[in-house]
Design a protein around this ligand. Structure first.
Ligand SMILES: [Zn+2]
Length: 254
């Protein structure tokens, strides 16, 4: 396959994945997933105003939005611009990933990046992390491990996350939520031991700094509950992109 075909293919698949993730985020945050997960996943796309089923041609990422000029084809009510924007964003991320990483791992990295961003968005809105998205990170981790080998390092990454996230629960009540723990363990497995240390440090430091700032500014006390997934996601993406360089810096200075 030549490069232009690969880029075009990556954009179409990436944008379609973006469409799925955006719909999932909307349905999850609206409580539809909690009521009936199977229904939320299989329910055909429909207009939120008139509830008409959307024709397949209008479901084509980005193009569908342009064809209907950003309105429902039936009731003419406006469709959120976030739909085509999230499709466009994921399409572009897919193209960048394919151009920057070996083809064998690019699809897995793309899915892991975009899923981790979706987890951060959902946790910020609902303070919950969907198990389905954590499973996607875990499956991506299993595929990466199968491609790269080094099974022990990946298991060590998962165990490290488990220990760090379970400890606060054992010492005192509170600490991290169950969703955070599952997400962190899946992430640790994906990253492997060294990169997990990088992700963990970034997540804990950025989360602590934000937590203190947020608590002092918003609640004037130090007891404030903030979603932790956005900081884990930040650590995850930085660790995947620059983990090796950061680890080399450690060795250089220490
Ligand atoms: Zn409508």
């Amino acid at each position: 396959m030549n490069d232009t075909l690969i880029v075009a293919f990556a954009f179409i698949i990436g944008a379609s994945w973006g469409s799925f993730l955006y719909t999932f985020i909307i349905r999850y945050t609206n409580g539809m997933y909690t009521k009936n997960p199977c229904h939320a996943l299989t329910y055909p796309s429909h207009c939120p105003h008139c509830h008409e089923k959307i024709k397949p041609v209008y479901l084509i990422p980005v193009i569908g939005y342009c064809l209907t000029k950003g309105c429902c084809a039936y009731c003419k009510k406006p469709v959120s611009l976030l739909y085509p924007l999230s499709e466009l964003f994921c399409g572009i991320v897919a193209v960048i990933t394919v151009l920057q990483f070996p083809l064998a791992i690019a699809p897995v990295l793309f899915v892991a990046f975009t899923t981790s961003v979706s987890i951060a968005i959902i946790d910020t809105i609902t303070m919950e992390i969907p198990d389905l998205l954590v499973c996607i990170i875990l499956i991506a981790g299993i595929i990466i491990t199968a491609i790269e080998g080094e099974v022990v390092s990946h298991i060590e990454g998962a165990v490290l996350m488990l220990v760090v996230f379970i400890l606060p629960l054992l010492i005192k009540k509170g600490g991290f939520g169950g969703g955070d723990i599952k997400y962190a363990v899946a992430m640790g497995f994906f990253l492997g031991f060294s990169e997990t240390i990088v992700a963990l440090e970034i997540a804990l430091v950025s989360g602590a700094l934000f937590g203190i700032l947020f608590a002092v500014i918003k609640t004037k006390t130090l007891k404030a509950k903030i979603p932790f997934a956005p900081f884990l996601t930040l650590g995850f993406i930085v660790a995947v992109l620059y983990g090796r360089e950061i680890i080399l810096l450690y060795y250089y200075y220490i």
